[in-house]
Write a protein of this length. Structure first.
Length: 129
C-alpha cells in the first residue's frame, strides 16, 4: 500500500510535470493590443484549452501510467494477482488514451463540418490543388 512518502513523491512528480506546461499554455491570445477580443476568439480559446488538456496533460499522463504499469509488471512478477492487476491498469490506460484521442477527432470533424473552418486541423485546400 502507498504510504505518505510515496504519495508525496507521486504528487510532486505530477506537479513537476504539469505546472511547467500550465505556465507555457498562453491561453488568451487576444485583447492585449488595440484589437479587442471577438466571438471567434472565444472559440479559439476553447479549442486551445481542449488541445492543452488532451495533448499537454492527457497524453503524457496516459503514457506515464503505461510506463509505470510496465515497470510494476516487471517488478511484481512473482505474484500472479499483482501481474493481472497491473496488466489491467495498462489496458485501461491504453483504452483511455484511445477514447480521448477518438473523442478529439470526432469533435474536430463535427466542428469542421458545421463551420467549414479548418483551423489548421485539416489542410483540405492543399489536398485538391
Amino acid at each position: 500500500m502507498l504510504n505518505n512518502k510515496k504519495i508525496g513523491f507521486y504528487l510532486g512528480l505530477v506537479a513537476g510535470l504539469i505546472l511547467p506546461t500550465v505556465a507555457w499554455a498562453a491561453l488568451v491570445t487576444c485583447g492585449r493590443g488595440a484589437e479587442p477580443c471577438q466571438w471567434s476568439d472565444l472559440i479559439t480559446l476553447i479549442d486551445t484549452i481542449i488541445k492543452f488538456l488532451i495533448f499537454s496533460l492527457g497524453v503524457p499522463l496516459a503514457i506515464l501510467a503505461i510506463i509505470i504499469g510496465g515497470i510494476m509488471l516487471v517488478i511484481g512478477r512473482d505474484s500472479a494477482a499483482a501481474r493481472s492487476a497491473w496488466k489491467d491498469r495498462i489496458w485501461k490506460a491504453i483504452v483511455g488514451l484511445i477514447i480521448m484521442l477518438a473523442a478529439y477527432l470526432i469533435v474536430k470533424v463535427i466542428v469542421l463540418g458545421l463551420t467549414g473552418d479548418t483551423g489548421g486541423f485539416y489542410k483540405l485546400n492543399t489536398w485538391f490543388n
